[in-house]
Design a protein around this ligand. Sequence first.
Ligand code: GCO
Length: 487
Amino acid sequence: MLKLPPRYDEPLPAAFFPASTPLPFSRADFGANFYWGASAAAYQTEGAWQHQGKGPSIWDDFTRRKGVIRRNEHGRVATDFYNRYEEDLDLARGLGLTDFRFSVAWPRVLPEGIGAVNRRGLDYYDRLVDACLERDLRPMLTLYHWDLPSALQARGGWTNRNIVGWFSEYAQIMARRLGDRVPHWAVINEPMVFVGAGHLLGVHAPGRRHLGAFLSAAHHATLAQAEGGRALRALLPDTAQIGTTFSCSYLTPFRPGNSYDQAATRRADALLNRFFVEPTLGLGYPVAELPALRWLLDRYQKSGDEQRMKFNFDFWGVQNYTREMVRFSPWLPLQWASLVPAKQRGVPYTDMGWEVFPESLYHMLKQFGAYPNAPQLIVTESGSAFPDERQGKRVADPARRAFLQAAIGQVLRAKREGVDVGGYFSWSLTDNFEWAEGYGPRFGLIHIDYETQQRTVKDSGRWYKSFLKGETLEATEANPAQQAVNR
Ligand code: GCO
């Protein structure tokens, strides 16, 4: 049975409102110091790909290839955030957000990746940070959200161990310039995604499909995330909260009682949820579950690396969108496990094909929070892609609004059970370029008309605003599915 995403005039399926949602709730339940934000990334929004001295990135190159991106779209203009950031920050402020997360395009600051700094590029981020502060938005700066300078790719990119040093130099340049004003730093965005999708599956830049490239890139990213953290802390010992972000999905066996599926789920969990997290704690890679990683250890890990991979982050950024069901299969990339798509399971899914399962966020907060010595967790991305419906001046997006409400509810559930979670950032502030999917899937709280670059706050954004003003989400008010579940 195939269930398509819900239409506007239909009640939402019950999956949007798990019975576990701790209704009613309001902002006050999260405490006064909780961060409420939205996230964005440079390549997905900035455009201005050749402006004011910016060098090319691997995403500029990758999107030039025919057939790798839906409709051959690219980020050369994107949402024109480079020129329109003041308007977008005004809108963010208007929603009542306390925090805004963005990333720096490395080749805008260092066109060759190393060496000469492009002053105009650095000045741009300086203005952006000031513009946040002027609006009482705390900036969270991500150093690396996947747009590697092409010049470094020409030297092997993430497969070259020297990248650890290159990255550290870049981190220091940013810290020296913005460390006095940026309180939150995220070193790397979702290493498993750019390493896996970019070096093993070939669907993201730089478009490689090679196990050796994957393993070496993975190891160097692990080293760089810790080294980047150290570089920031050395320069900003007192002022900065230093974190890094991880993609994650709650995993369950497709056939719950099947021992092969259970074992496959443990392997997939090691690869997708533990691989980059555990080395930071000094636990090394999850080799017991993933024996193939011995190859990584033998070929790429040098003596002393276990120590170098450690860093005591102030926070981990948790980035969660869905859960996955895992079944045993002879598919090597995931270590004899494969993910069974939501479409085949007859459950509601988003425009990305991802199952609507807000409880995944709760489970991942519990899982990460259970590590001894886990730092504070901040949800640095959570969101959903659904089509929007324009109704005059209004943009109706009931599915996204419901997803947002339920996800925030799941954060509260984890918090009440003792997980140290300090903030929630919705992905994304505005619609933007969704990598290989181009401009099709829309994740924004704010709608973008790509013809005119006109911005319109969606119903989901309007709900977020009233929630942040103190409105209580009641069991009865949201949508029929929720009412049915909570009756
Ligand atoms: C991610 C990304 C975003 C994506 C989002 C939706 O970190 O995967 O930070 O760039 O757009 O996750 O796929």
